[in-house]
Design a protein around this ligand. Structure first.
Ligand SMILES: [Fe+2]
Ligand SMILES: [Fe+2]
Length: 282
C-alpha cells in the first residue's frame, strides 16, 4: 500500500448510485476497520438515517449544501463546514436535503462493498427487465410520484414510507431469474429474496405480498384481508392503476372505476379510498 494516497476532487476508488433517491456514494479510501466515503445528494432528497448498531460511529462533514433532520422533536439544520456524529441510536432519523449536498462520511460501518454488490445486482436485474420490455424505469418513477401523496395523506412514518418507495421500485425485480424470464407466480417470492440482504425484511415483505388479493385469490400465498400488510395493499392499488393507464390505455375515470369495482375482491377498501383521495378526484 502507498504511504500517501492522493484522491483528487472528482476521483474515487469505487462508486455506487442509489437508483431511487439519486444519491451517489464514492469510496475515497478504506482500511481494516474504517471507510471514508464522499456522498452526494440532490436538493429535495428525503430519507432516513437508519438506526445504528452498538459499536458503530458515523462522522459526517458537510462540504457543500444544507440538510436538516429531526432529532428529539426538533429540526436541526446543518450547513457547509458543519459536522454531525451518529452513534448508537435506536430509531431511524428522517432527513431532508435543502441544497445540493456533498458530505464526507468517515465510519467503522463497513458497508460499501455490500451495498455496492447488491445494488449492482439489483440494477442488473432491473436492466434485464427493462430490456425484455416487462417493466420500465418510467413505471417506477410514476409509482413514486403517485405514492408520495398517499404517504402524506395517511401520515406514514418516514422509514415505512422509504420502504414502500423501495418496494415500488423493485416490485417486479423477481421476473428475471438466472438471466431468464421467471414464472409469473414465482416473481414475488424471488424478488423478495433478492432484495432481502440489502433492503431488509420490511421491503422484502411488501414485494412478496404485492400480488395478494384481500379475498384470498391472489398469489403466492393466498393471503386474505389483514394478513396482507398495509404497504402491500397500497402498492397493489397504485401499481394496478399505473398499469391500467399506461399499458391498457384506460382513462383516469375508467381506471378508478376498475379499482372501485374490485374493492373487497382484489383490493383493500381503505387503500383504494386513500389513493383516490390522494389523486384529488372523487
Ligand atoms: Fe408484479
Ligand atoms: Fe408494476
Amino acid at each position: 500500500m502507498k504511504y500517501i494516497d492522493i484522491v483528487r476532487k472528482n476521483e474515487c476508488k469505487d462508486r455506487f448510485c442509489n437508483l431511487y433517491n439519486e444519491s451517489e456514494s464514492m469510496l475515497i479510501t478504506k482500511n481494516k476497520g474504517f471507510e471514508v466515503l464522499r456522498i452526494s445528494m440532490p436538493k429535495g432528497n428525503k430519507g432516513v438515517m437508519p438506526p445504528l448498531a452498538d459499536h458503530i460511529t458515523e462522522v459526517y462533514y458537510i462540504l457543500e449544501g444544507c440538510l436538516s433532520f429531526i432529532y428529539k422533536n426538533q429540526e436541526e439544520f446543518l450547513y457547509k463546514g458543519d459536522t454531525f456524529v451518529l452513534r448508537t441510536y435506536p430509531k431511524a432519523i428522517p432527513y431532508i436535503v435543502h441544497e445540493d449536498l456533498t458530505m464526507i462520511l468517515s465510519t467503522n460501518h463497513l458497508e460499501f462493498n455490500k451495498h455496492k454488490e447488491i445494488l449492482d445486482l439489483l440494477q442488473e436485474q432491473m436492466d434485464l427487465l427493462e430490456n425484455s420490455d416487462l417493466h420500465s424505469r418510467s413505471h417506477c418513477e410514476r409509482l413514486e410520484k403517485l405514492l408520495y401523496p398517499v404517504i402524506k395523506y395517511i401520515h406514514l412514518e418516514a422509514y415505512r414510507a422509504e420502504n414502500l418507495i423501495y418496494a415500488a421500485c423493485y416490485h417486479d425485480v423477481g421476473k428475471i431469474k438466472n438471466g431468464q424470464m421467471n414464472e409469473l407466480i414465482d416473481h414475488p417470492s424471488h424478488g423478495a429474496q433478492l432484495v432481502l440482504p440489502y433492503l431488509g425484511e420490511d421491503v422484502a415483505q411488501i414485494i412478496l405480498q404485492h400480488h395478494e388479493n384481500v379475498d384470498g385469490s391472489g398469489f403466492p400465498n393466498g393471503l386474505q384481508g389483514d394478513e396482507i400488510i398495509l404497504e402491500a395493499k397500497i402498492l397493489a392499488v397504485v401499481n394496478k392503476y399505473d398499469h391500467l393507464i399506461h399499458d391498457h390505455q384506460l382513462s383516469q375515470i375508467e381506471a378508478i372505476d376498475y379499482l372501485k369495482v374490485n374493492v373487497d375482491k382484489q383490493f383493500d377498501k381503505n387503500a383504494v379510498d386513500v389513493f383516490i383521495q390522494s389523486l384529488g378526484v372523487r
